[in-house]
Design a protein around this ligand. Structure first.
Ligand SMILES: *Cc1c(COP(=O)(O)O)cnc(C)c1O
Length: 395
């Protein structure tokens, strides 16, 4: 059996999005900036996609800027906020310890340039509160950036409440909603969010395309120079097939959200309940305030990398954290942020489901994962020390 359980890394494209991508490539090959009819037809497709995405998020079309994906949107949001004229002289930023690197790395760079960064503690459940944000805001705070849902442990943050706090204090608020858009209901006409990042490949659209939402009036810094596209904020001929496909994917994701989440969360809960029976393991992140498709565990006494390779051998595609940190030997900053010690953080497993997964696949994972964990513990010197009492169990 082949099981794809890495949907938070990227998701299989929806057939309707593939169809749209092909059709747009074939039929609307004009450049949207060209004045002739072919160009103007392409321009219409572009603006229809923008309007559709805006409608699905409760935004206005002129608040949507297309980008190359979530990482670029995160970068652009952060640089826009810190360079906003109203923030002149303000050099303090509030964020959390478990943001995606597309947020953390720009913040580290700004820190070197003299900004002060406060990273809020996310506690052992992987949640921040609006009160924490309120306490951290200072007169010189120019930006609060808190992710909507965490990509490794799936926990969902109180973005509406945090937005209220930021608006009340007059501070710009960005949320990396890459794991949330298409998975959770989002209405930007009600939420006090100034910037939001999204990425198509996390909800069944193509890779390499995303968007930045910037509330009307919120400053947007030009990120790529060289042309008037995206209202002068991002030069370059638009990736029209990908943009049109993203709009179709989001439409489908939003329309099917309720039924998909019901199906997916039932599979998630069955996986969590089953895997919890493995001795000396722990679920990462709050059990209820989490994405419908996220299962994240730490197993004591084993290496996550070996677990992944053995599961792959059994046909199960999983992840040990985020795809971005795999390949490095450092334990995940997210797991360290929720208080897992290094040894335990190394034994992590993330399974992320979509509506393409089935109950049979869940059964198969519940059969294989305990087997592989037991096998790896059997050959692990760390586990032997734990069993012999030479080392203390942590979980
Ligand atoms: C995937 C992801 C990103 C990066 O998006 P890309 O489109 O791959 O650049 C940013 N933030 C979060 C939370 C993500 O899950």
């Amino acid at each position: 059996m082949k099981v794809y359980a890495d949907n938070a890394a990227t998701r299989k494209m929806r057939p309707a999005a593939i169809d749209t991508m092909l059709k747009t490539t074939e039929e609307y090959y004009g450049n949207p900036s060209s004045l002739h009819s072919m160009g103007q037809r392409a321009k219409e497709v572009l603006e229809d996609a923008r309007q559709s995405i805006a409608n699905l998020l409760g935004a206005n079309a002129n608040e949507i800027y297309f980008t190359s994906g979530g990482s670029e949107a995160d970068n652009q949001a952060i640089y826009s906020a810190v360079h906003a004229p109203k923030n002149k002289g303000k050099k303090h930023i509030v964020s959390t310890a478990f943001e995606h690197h597309a947020v953390l790395h720009p913040l580290e760079k700004l820190e070197k340039e003299g900004y002060e960064i406060t990273l809020l503690d996310v506690g052992e459940k992987g949640l921040v509160t609006a009160e924490q944000v309120a306490k951290a805001i200072r007169p010189d705070t120019c930006l609060v950036t808190v992710m909507y849902a965490n990509n490794e442990i799936g926990t969902i943050q109180p973005i509406a409440e945090i937005g209220e706090v930021c608006r009340e204090k007059g501070v710009l608020f960005h949320t990396d909603a890459v794991q949330a858009v298409g998975h959770l209901p989002i209405d930007l006409s009600k939420m006090k969010v100034d910037y939001l990042s999204l990425s198509a490949h996390k909800f069944g659209g193509p890779r390499g395309i995303g968007a930045l939402y910037a509330r009307r009036g919120a400053y947007v810094a030009t990120f790529v120079e060289g042309g008037a596209q995206e209202r002068n904020k991002r030069a370059g001929t638009e990736n029209l097939p990908a943009i049109a496909a993203m709009a179709v994917a989001l439409d489908e994701a939003v329309k099917n959200m309720k039924s998909a989440n019901t199906k997916i969360s039932a599979m998630r809960d069955r996986l969590i309940d089953g895997l919890k029976k493995i001795p000396h393991c722990a679920l990462n992140g709050d059990q209820t305030k989490r994405l419908s498709g996220n299962v994240s565990f730490c197993f004591e006494g084993i290496e996550g990398e070996s677990l992944l390779l053995w599961l792959d051998e059994a046909g199960i595609c999983a992840s040990s954290g985020s795809a971005c940190t795999s390949g490095s030997l450092d334990p995940s900053h997210v797991l360290l942020a929720i208080g897992r010690v290094h040894d335990v953080a190394h034994g992590s497993l993330r399974l992320t489901l979509s509506e393409d997964n089935t109950d049979e696949e869940v059964d198969y994972m519940l059969e294989k994962i305990p087997e592989v964990v037991a096998y790896l513990r059997g050959i692990s010197p760390v586990w032997r020390d734990l069993v012999n009492g030479k080392r203390q169990y942590i979980l």
